[in-house]
Design a protein around this ligand. Structure first.
Ligand SMILES: Cc1cc2nc3c(=O)[nH]c(=O)nc-3n(C[C@H](O)[C@H](O)[C@H](O)COP(=O)(O)OP(=O)(O)OC[C@H]3O[C@@H](n4cnc5c(N)ncnc54)[C@H](O)[C@@H]3O)c2cc1C
Length: 302
């Protein structure tokens, strides 16, 4: 089937949800990324299920993104269907000490609901961009804490559209990693266990986290946060800075002067610019400190 025929068929099956040749730079915080053959934004779990089953039936590759705040999408884009899980699947509810959130909910919304219900535990997430789905896959964290520690249960959708419940143990959370990074399953929802805490204390801690970010991160520029993982016992930012990496530039990608582990897009950077800069930074740190930096950001596409 041609792309046009597929687009017509998908538009009939999923009216208003499908875009063809959608520039993914519009869907990533780096503002980088070529076109998705098809981008679909499901408005409900049932729609997500139908899209997943359709892709399987047609043998089309499937890629999932949330807010695109931790991905580098190639300049040639992504073949097949990209499912963007966002505002259509974003309900957040507090039940006793448990916060239940759909995968497209922003982490900031989850933390706000917890705060408003006098539930502590999620304060450290203040200022981490992205969705619940992305945060679970990446085991997002800050200040020595990570989201996986609060997880009680995650609902995932398998390649056939079936829903499965996974426990924290099954997801094998590690530093910026989970078993879902090697698994085609799609995160549909997650529950977090919090504890009762004074709302003013929660608010204070969240504001402190935000202030720390404003002081140390180039938040006005397009980036994907930290590009490299911190090697055991070391800070990737410190290593890059002390190897002389600050200010290094390839095309329109530049190592931030404010935080050496951030690569910023000066306006029209390509994925190729960023990849070449990544290799330069890696070579510099390896040469100066003998440390091989590992990527935190996920590479997507051709
Ligand atoms: C300014 C800035 C600051 C940041 N600070 C931090 C920080 O302090 N700590 C931290 O950990 N991260 C940080 N990040 C990185 C990023 O915000 C987190 O990794 C976030 O959790 C990613 O969520 P997302 O929805 O944007 O995921 P995406 O970037 O869209 O996706 C990330 C990965 O998860 C997969 N994925 C996304 N949603 C799903 C789903 N529903 N089901 C299955 N797979 C899915 C994608 O395929 C991809 O592999 C920062 C980023 C920026 C831009």
């Amino acid at each position: 089937m041609t792309d046009l025929a597929l687009f017509r068929e998908m538009s009939e099956l999923f009216p208003g949800l499908v875009r063809s040749k959608e520039p993914l730079q519009l869907h990533t915080s780096w503002r980088i990324g070529g076109p998705a053959d098809f981008l679909v934004e499901p408005g409900s779990l049932q729609e997500l299920q139908r899209v997943v089953s359709y892709a399987r039936g047609k043998g089309l590759p499937l890629t999932v993104i949330g807010a695109g705040s931790n991905v580098l999408v190639s300049d040639r884009g992504i073949r097949g269907i990209v499912i963007k899980i966002g505002s259509g699947l974003a309900r957040v509810t507090a039940r006793g000490r448990i916060i239940e959130a759909e995968a497209g909910a922003r982490l900031s919304m989850v933390a706000a609901v917890a705060r408003d219900n006098g539930l502590g535990g999620l304060e450290f997430t203040a200022g981490i961009p992205g969705t619940v789905g992305g945060a679970i896959v990446m085991n997002a964290g800050a200040n020595g804490l990570a989201i996986g520690e609060l997880v009680t249960r995650v609902t995932v959708m398998g390649p056939g559209g079936e829903l499965l419940e996974k426990t924290r143990e099954e997801l094998q959370f590690g530093y910026r990693s989970s078993s879902l990074q090697q698994d085609p399953a799609i995160v549909a929802a997650a529950s977090f266990c919090c504890y009762p805490r004074d709302v003013d204390l929660i608010r204070r801690d969240m504001e402190n986290c935000l202030a720390l970010r404003r002081n140390h991160q180039p938040l006005a520029e397009a980036s994907a946060g930290s590009v490299f993982k911190n090697p055991a016992g070391k800070s990737a930012g410190w290593l890059i800075d002390n190897a002389g990496g600050k200010g290094l530039r390839v095309g329109n990608a530049r190592v931030s002067d404010q935080h050496a582990n951030f690569i910023i897009n000066l306006g029209s950077a390509t994925a190729q610019d960023v990849l070449m800069l990544i290799e330069k930074v890696r070579a510099l740190v390896l040469q100066r400190f003998g440390v091989k930096l590992e990527l935190e950001v996920r590479l997507l596409g051709d």
